[in-house]
Design a protein around this ligand. Structure first.
Ligand SMILES: *Cc1c(COP(=O)(O)O)cnc(C)c1O
Length: 352
């Protein structure tokens, strides 16, 4: 049985140490965190406690065999100063999709949302009010059985932590279309936000940086031709009058920003097409002058314009100052989040 959340308040808030105008990304955590355990087939001991360390046994299964998943979402402030969550139910659904793939227990949506609301309610003062800033929310779950040997864990920990983040200053990004390394394949775990996917991406990303790129643009694992996505972003191409994004095929993370962008652009009358996108098609469209914009979408940066794609000895170079659609969407989503623009699609959930 799910119990009431027990709350232990921090006696010593660190909020005075935060400079809201200069927040280092990913390094500042709020005063509290939510923690809950899974054992004997049920979630128990839901608690909000002061943010801090969690002692872990060295034989913890998650460290060795990778049963670990996470989500990334944002909260912002309404005009009335109330926290607003951006499409939290979709994040809950995706978290549970990841859990099932990794043989982990699901967290019921009611508990997920209740925990989010109570935790954010307590740390509401940490939500940066500036446009483009937000409270980044990181729910995560990992195996906690203490034993060696590959098998599914019987016990887990679910945690939610909160991090204030400033606006992502968008320098245009340079992508390397990798012809050798791959991120995911149908039947694999590419659709899950699971730790190993990101570990596997580190070496190719490091090699791409050594060649002057910012990130890898992943191609499919079979033909090494069809574009999948980038780092922690999905990708869009404006080709002629169409806005094209790779169709999710079991190997691409189903981004919630991706779905929001498709919704907005379709509503505005753009022809948005989800289909396979071949790198050769992009090179040809570029040569013909039909490739107008390339941009990534994800919770962290919302929209990142792409100024360069390198593939073998070929280069696609784009003047991101001429982009129209990418900055329009970024502005729209950021303004909806702080109620400067109408929330036409009911994306926001208010924390009372
Ligand atoms: C999280 C993530 C995305 C973007 O998803 P959003 O829901 O838009 O934040 C895209 N690709 C990968 C691999 C991701 O981990």
């Amino acid at each position: 049985m799910y119990q009431e959340i027990k709350i232990t308040r921090s006696s010593n808030s660190r909020i005075d140490t935060l400079d809201f105008n200069h927040i280092p990304f990913g390094k500042v955590f709020t005063d509290h965190m939510f923690v809950m355990d899974y054992r004997d087939g049920e979630w128990v001991n839901p608690e909000i406690v002061p943010f801090g360390m969690i002692p872990t046994h060295p034989g913890n299964l998650a460290w060795h065999y990778g049963q670990a998943i996470f989500e990334g979402m944002k909260a912002t402030l309404s005009k009335a100063g109330r926290p607003l969550l951006f499409r939290p139910e979709l994040h809950s659904v995706r978290f549970n999709d990841s859990a099932r793939r990794m043989c982990m227990p699901e967290v019921p949506e009611a508990i997920f949302i209740d925990a989010l609301k109570k935790l954010i309610g307590l740390d509401v003062a940490w939500i940066p009010p500036q446009e483009g800033s937000a409270l980044y929310i990181r729910p995560m779950m990992y195996a906690t059985d203490e034993s060696i040997g590959v098998r599914q864990s019987d016990t887990y920990k679910f945690i939610i932590m909160l991090l204030p983040v400033g606006p992502y200053y968008d320098h245009a990004v340079k992508l390397k279309a990798d012809e050798f390394y791959v991120r995911a394949v149908q039947g694999g775990v590419g659709e899950a936000k699971t730790a190993g996917n990101y570990a596997a991406s580190l070496l190719p990303a490091k090699m791409a940086r050594a060649e002057g790129y910012d990130q890898v643009m992943w191609l499919d694992a079979i033909h090494h031709k069809f574009v999948q996505e980038v780092g922690t972003m999905n990708i869009f191409f404006v080709i002629g009058d169409d806005v094209v994004t790779p169709a999710t095929d079991g190997a691409i993370l189903k981004g919630i920003t991706r779905s929001s962008v498709i919704q907005v652009l379709s509503d505005k009358g753009y022809n948005v097409v989800e289909r396979p996108v071949n790198i050769d098609e992009l090179l040809l469209a570029y040569q013909n002058g039909d490739l107008k914009e390339v941009f990534g979408t994800g919770t962290a940066a919302v929209v990142s314009p792409v100024c360069l794609i390198g593939y073998k000895d070929q280069k696609i170079e784009l003047d991101t100052d001429k982009f129209v659609i990418a900055p329009m969407i970024k502005d729209l989503i950021n303004k909806v989040r702080i109620q400067e623009m109408e929330d036409k699609f009911n994306w926001l959930v208010t924390v009372e």
